[in-house]
Design a protein around this ligand. Structure first.
Ligand SMILES: [Cu+2]
Length: 207
């Protein structure tokens, strides 16, 4: 429905109002006498108003429907845009994950490096083998092999009982704990509750 008819009706309405006013002003004297013509003009005027109003209501309703359609389209486009944005961002995340870690993280600390191999009995006994380690100052990597089904880890504390580090808790697996060691006496133990008290500890001497 286009607005041409609406504008035409509106124009006719204005024109009719002007004509009535003109007739009303001009025929001041004889106007009441011309009541028949006046009634006809009023009827035509009323009809115009009614048709224009009806048309305006119909037009407004159609416009509202059109607006709803546009709104729905815009919403659909927005949703599409969001899903596209997600799809585009995925490859970027992939490349970030694929990037090598910063060089600093892979560079071993300066100074001598040492490795200590540690294990526990396969039957789950609360022991470390060996129960004493002696090595040089510097970077120490404790490689702990737990062949049992009992979860264990290895933790190191200094003479003041301050925890220097603790490995992840593992069962039937191997884990590592790397620490920068300065000369002194230390204790390594299993951090699983009750295991240290059950005898799962050893002495670590750095000199
Ligand atoms: Cu343990």
């Amino acid at each position: 429905m286009d607005g041409t008819l609406f504008y035409f009706l509106g124009g006719a309405l204005v024109l009719a109002a002007l004509v009535i006013s003109y007739v009303g002003i001009r025929g001041k004297g004889g106007f009441p006498a011309n009541s028949r013509a006046m009634a006809g003009v009023l009827a035509a005027f009323g009809l115009l108003v009614a048709v224009t109003a009806a048309y305006a209501v119909a037009n407004a309703r159609e416009e509202q429907e059109h607006r709803n359609e546009e709104l729905a389209e815009a919403q659909a486009e927005a949703e599409e845009g969001v899903s596209q944005g997600e799809a585009e961002s995925d490859p970027e995340e992939g490349t970030q994950e694929g990037e090598p870690p910063p060089i600093g993280e892979q560079t071993p600390s300066a100074g001598p490096k040492a490795q200590a191999d540690l294990t526990s009995p396969e039957d789950g006994s609360l022991e470390f083998e060996p129960n004493a380690i002696q090595t040089d100052p510097g970077r120490l990597t404790i490689v702990y092999d737990n062949p049992s089904q009992t979860p264990h880890n290895v933790a190191v504390e200094d003479e003041e009982a301050e925890l220097l580090g603790q490995s992840e808790t593992i069962a039937q697996a191997v884990t590592e704990l790397s620490l920068d060691m300065v000369p002194g006496e230390y204790i390594y133990f299993c951090g699983v509750p009750g295991h240290r008290e059950g005898g799962m500890e050893g002495t670590l001497t750095i000199e």
